[in-house]
Ligand binder design. Structure first.
Ligand SMILES: Cc1cc2nc3c(=O)[nH]c(=O)nc-3n(C[C@H](O)[C@H](O)[C@H](O)COP(=O)(O)O)c2cc1C
Ligand code: SF4
Ligand code: SF4
Length: 247
């Protein structure tokens, strides 16, 4: 079985492709918590985790899920992780190992288009398409490595230092205080629907954010059809990224 979490679609895309090529099934961790997953029967000889790196570490929901006794006590004999990133996944694989309480057999860092528009402008559509094309080729190889039960870990000393330095900032910047909808908001309610963790509620036609649920996944700000969501005025002139807009 392959478990994934995804904000703007990269990790979902990766998980679905690996599942397809390895004859497995994948399931959305956020949907498990929402209770909207029916019975999904995947392979019981492999457990996979596919998710985006956040500040060199794990999204909160992935950490919570991986450290849940029902998950960590029922892992398959072979466990792999594919960590999608804009630049590098640092030592996120080691953080996953800590949560699971065991070593991964295979961990791969997969460069995909960067979605963190809260910090910078994302790459152009052409660059994003090229990055995705490269990732696509790499995904075929990853599936093959999983099928061959290859063992390999990617994290080096540089990654460990990067994670130790960056990951504490995730909790600091995982605030919803700066999220807001500007006058372009049409009250369509899409942001409320697409938030993977139900951290948005429409109140009097405007989205309101629920801090303790938000993963900072950027699905809302990147997906709003009117680019009406901002995270401080800095995001006003930035482009938006979502794999669903590319395809
Ligand atoms: C909160 C947050 C933090 C991020 N931190 C990193 C990072 O430390 N290193 C990196 O290379 N990419 C980082 N990214 C980029 C994402 O990991 C990358 O775009 C990922 O493929 C998005 O996956 P998704 O589309 O499945 O949500 C970050 C993105 C977000 C939203
Ligand atoms: S998706 Fe955008 S336009 Fe629609 S309700 Fe949310 S902020 Fe407003
Ligand atoms: S509120 Fe926005 S950033 Fe936070 S989890 Fe939902 S979609 Fe992601």
């Amino acid at each position: 079985m392959i478990y994934y979490f995804s904000g703007t679609g990269n990790s979902k895309y990766a998980a679905e492709k690996i599942a397809r090529l390895t004859g497995d099934r994948c399931v959305n961790i956020a949907a498990i918590y929402k209770g909207t997953v029916g019975s999904v029967v995947g392979r019981n000889d492999v457990t996979g985790f596919v998710f985006p790196v956040y500040y060199g570490g794990l999204p909160e929901i992935v950490k919570r899920f991986a450290s849940h006794p029902e998950i960590k006590n029922n892992l398959a004999p072979y466990v792999f992780a594919v960590i999608t990133c804009g630049a590098m996944s640092a030592a996120a694989d080691l953080r996953l190992e800590q949560a699971l309480g065991r070593q991964l057999d295979l961990s791969i860092s997969l460069k995909m288009p960067d979605n963190y528009i809260i910090a910078y402008n994302p790459s152009s559509k052409e660059e994003a398409l090229q990055t995705l094309k490269n990732a696509d080729g790499k995904l075929t190889g990853i599936a093959d490595r999983v099928l061959r039960r290859e063992t390999h870990r990617e994290t080096g000393a540089k990654g460990k230092i990067a994670t130790a330095f960056m990951y504490p900032f995730y909790n600091i910047f995982r605030t919803t205080f700066f999220f807001g909808a500007d006058d372009n908001c049409s009250s369509c309610g899409l942001c409320e629907k697409i938030c993977p963790v139900d951290a948005i509620k429409m109140i009097r036609g405007r989205p309101e954010w629920i801090k303790n649920k938000c993963q900072h996944c950027t699905a809302c700000i990147n997906t709003c059809p009117r680019d009406a969501i901002q995270f401080t005025p800095l995001t006003k002139n930035r482009d938006r990224y979502s794999i669903f807009k590319l395809k």
